[in-house]
Design a binder for this molecule. Structure first.
Ligand SMILES: N[C@@H](CCC(=O)N[C@@H](CS)C(=O)NCC(=O)O)C(=O)O
Length: 214
């Protein structure tokens, strides 16, 4: 069955891979599933046709036959549950990999998004300079904890899984902040994720949208 995802017609990051369609593309590439992409403008994302797929008017969405999904956690989990390569066969290891997906989205991503917001949208506020270090410290706290748990392992729990895919995707947003460089094992973890051929293909595909001729 054809898989269709949505992505920004013009990604605000200009193809740096930070828009969340990249993590879905990555999961599909890891699973070896072909897909097509419907590009949406910011305006059309808020119109009824897209809102019927995504109640919050965002990307990405995922369509496969009658199934329509939104939320990257749900989409990547769906892909991982239906194709080999992203979740271990052992039931307990599988549950732990899923826990890492939730940890990435619920525990690590929120302070990172707070930092992105502080840097991009609050730079002109009179309290910005006082708030920024507080927000950075909340990110550092999570990175410290994650770094301690990862130690010198390649991946979070045994072999690469959807938990790593989601964690690497979330951490990538920190690249420009320089905070990751304070944790050598996390920087190396990120580099391992980005070196995966499936990630490379996903990255190239999303970049091609930004560099295409009009
Ligand atoms: N929790 C959602 C977040 C989706 C999200 O924030 N998407 C962004 C692009 S990365 C978006 O569509 N932003 C435009 C908007 O919210 O209007 C997920 O993981 O899918």
């Amino acid at each position: 069955m054809t898989i269709i995802i949505t992505a920004f017609e013009r990604s605000p990051d200009g193809g740096k891979g930070l828009a969340r369609d990249t993590r879905v593309r990555w999961a599909l590439e890891e699973a070896g599933r072909p897909y097509t992409v419907r590009l949406v403008s910011f305006r059309s994302m808020k119109e009824p046709a897209h809102l019927s797929l995504h109640p919050f008017g965002q990307i990405p969405t995922y369509e496969e036959g009658d199934l329509v999904l939104f939320e990257t956690g749900a989409i990547v989990l769906h892909i991982a549950q239906h194709h080999p390569g992203l979740l271990p066969d052992d039931a307990e290891a599988r549950a732990r990999a899923i826990a890492w997906m939730f940890a990435a989205l619920n525990t690590v991503e929120p302070p990172i998004l707070e930092l992105v917001t502080a840097r991009l949208l609050e730079a002109d506020k009179p309290w910005h300079d006082q708030r920024l270090p507080l927000v950075e410290d909340r990110v550092r706290q999570r990175l410290q904890q994650l770094s301690a748990r990862l130690g010198d392992a390649d991946w979070l729990d045994g072999a690469f899984s959807a938990g790593d895919l989601m964690m690497v995707s979330v951490l990538l947003r920190l690249r420009s902040s320089g905070l990751l460089d304070e944790y050598a094992n996390l920087a190396a973890y990120l580099a391992r994720g980005e070196a995966r051929p499936a990630y490379q293909r996903a990255f190239a595909a999303q970049l091609a949208v930004s560099t295409r001729k009009a």
